[in-house]
Ligand binder design. Structure first.
Ligand code: B12
Ligand code: SF4
Ligand code: SF4
Length: 370
């Protein structure tokens, strides 16, 4: 008799350092049907890569079956990145009202893309060795194939995570696990292994445990959660601080608070994160100076220092210009006039975007005109 392969694969994932692992079949799940309308209504903002289509003109991310016809299953792995530091919504943060907030996921020593991909490749190797040891590959379609992705694959990882039993998709759109909460990075391995014959495969979706709670929707400062489970990325502070280049629309700036990279609010307020355990992965420990960073430091940062401080960090994604722009907005939102001398200098900055935001910040602090 064949061994319980899904369970053995979960062991391979645990051996590689993942906290959770499940397997979903490749299907056009009903959640994917909302994706074309999400794109058509422009909710992805300037994230053009999400519009990628296959040769028939269909959105790649909406149908993995068409883009990777060889793939039969998706092995979804998740790793906890939570650390002991307080949440951005905690009382203690009031004392830090003149400092910035970098999102919890970006404090790490190593960019999560690399940390997770490295582990996925280890899972691939472990599973390969396991199948070799078994002496046959009874479930493979043609040649045995694996392909690992963190973020960049032609699929919406959270939908596959749901059907792999990792967690449910919360009203804040995040995957939440009943025991671990939502401070989870996801990684996926597309494979030609077909587990349909295994009854034990976690092909059933994880049950939704949001119930009547709506805390995340109420707490979102920009009303970016436009319906339960539906995000308008153009309004999301995470998008504005990380992905959006150039000017931030003036009406959104006040609600961005002191966020300089990403946003955790809709997860900080989630009851399922109240007792979220802390990660055991050393690379997700916070780097010195990134929890509640000093705003002047970021706003005046020079290219050399940016490269040095954020080497191997997800923060590089915002680029120096974006990070400085965000720090300037946060200075205005702090309401603290101690930033006026710095802002005055920045009004003349050679980066036109930083200079424009600095003029706005001066006006907001009542020390200049827009
Ligand atoms: C683009 C992107 C973003 C964008 C857009 C986010 C978004 N919600 O779409 C921005 C920059 C805003 C962003 C922010 C964040 N992201 Co992001 N992001 C991605 C990325 C690369 C693609 C996501 C995507 O395809 N979105 C498309 C939309 C349509 O999908 P969706 O929002 O997930 O919606 C699905 C369901 O909610 C459901 N659904 C939606 N509406 C409805 C309505 C009905 C009626 C039904 C039935 C279903 C349904 O179906 C949708 C799919 O069609 C993924 C990695 C990947 N390849 O999947 C990481 C990913 C989702 N991000 C992640 C993280 C950690 C974050 C942040 C926490 C980072 C931060 N602290 O700032 C925030 C969280 C903000 C939030 N509340 O989502 C993690 C999520 C882990 C988790 N536990 O869920 C991922 C999986 C990366 C990873 N590899 O770990 N992200
Ligand atoms: S990450 Fe922040 S801005 Fe985006 S939906 Fe959550 S609370 Fe709103
Ligand atoms: S805050 Fe409430 S509604 Fe939002 S994701 Fe958490 S449990 Fe669900």
């Amino acid at each position: 008799m064949l061994p319980d392969l899904p369970t053995r694969i979960q062991e391979c994932a645990r051996d590689a350092g993942f906290d959770l692992c499940g397997i979903a079949p490749v299907r056009d799940f009903r959640e994917l049907q909302v994706f074309p309308a999400w794109i058509a209504t422009g909710k992805h903002g300037e994230m053009k890569y999400m519009e990628a289509c296959d040769e028939t003109g269909d959105l790649k991310r909406a149908s993995l079956a068409r883009v990777a016809p060889w793939a039969r299953s998706v092995i979804v792995c998740a790793i906890n990145y939570n650390t002991r530091h307080p949440y951005s919504t905690a009382q203690t943060q009031i004392e830090n009202a003149d400092r910035g907030w970098i999102s919890r996921y970006a404090w790490s020593h190593e960019d999560y893309h690399e940390a997770v991909l490295r582990r996925l490749q280890q899972v691939e190797a472990n599973v390969g060795a396991l199948l070799d040891a078994l002496g046959n590959w009874p479930l493979a379609t043609g040649n045995l194939h694996f392909r690992s992705y963190v973020d960049t694959g032609p699929l919406i990882e959270r939908v596959y995570a749901k059907y792999a039993g990792i967690g449910w998709i919360g009203k804040n759109t995040c995957i939440i696990n009943q025991k671990l909460g939502s401070w989870l990075f996801l990684g996926v391995i597309l494979t030609s292994l077909d587990f349909a014959v295994y009854q034990q495969t976690a092909s059933l979706p994880a049950p939704d445990r949001c119930g009547t709670c709506t805390r995340c929707i109420a707490a979102c400062p920009t009303q970016a959660i436009v319906a339960p489970g539906e995000l308008d990325a153009r309004l999301c502070i995470s998008y504005l601080t990380i992905e959006k280049r150039g000017e931030i629309p003036g009406d959104l700036r006040p609600a961005m608070g002191r966020h300089v990279f990403g946003c955790d609010i809709c997860q900080d307020v989630c009851p399922w994160n109240r007792k979220a355990p802390v990660t055991s992965a050393p690379e997700f420990e916070a780097r010195e100076g990134l929890v509640n960073p000093a705003l002047e430091w970021l706003a005046e940062m020079q290219p050399d220092e940016f490269r040095q401080v954020f080497r191997g960090s997800p923060v590089r994604r915002a680029k120096l210009s974006g990070l400085r722009r965000n720090a300037v907005i946060a200075m205005a939102n702090s309401g603290n006039k101690k930033f006026v001398p710095t802002l005055k200098k920045l009004c003349e900055d050679s980066d036109a975007v930083v200079a424009e935001h600095a003029r706005w910040a001066m006006a907001t602090l009542g020390s200049g005109s827009v």
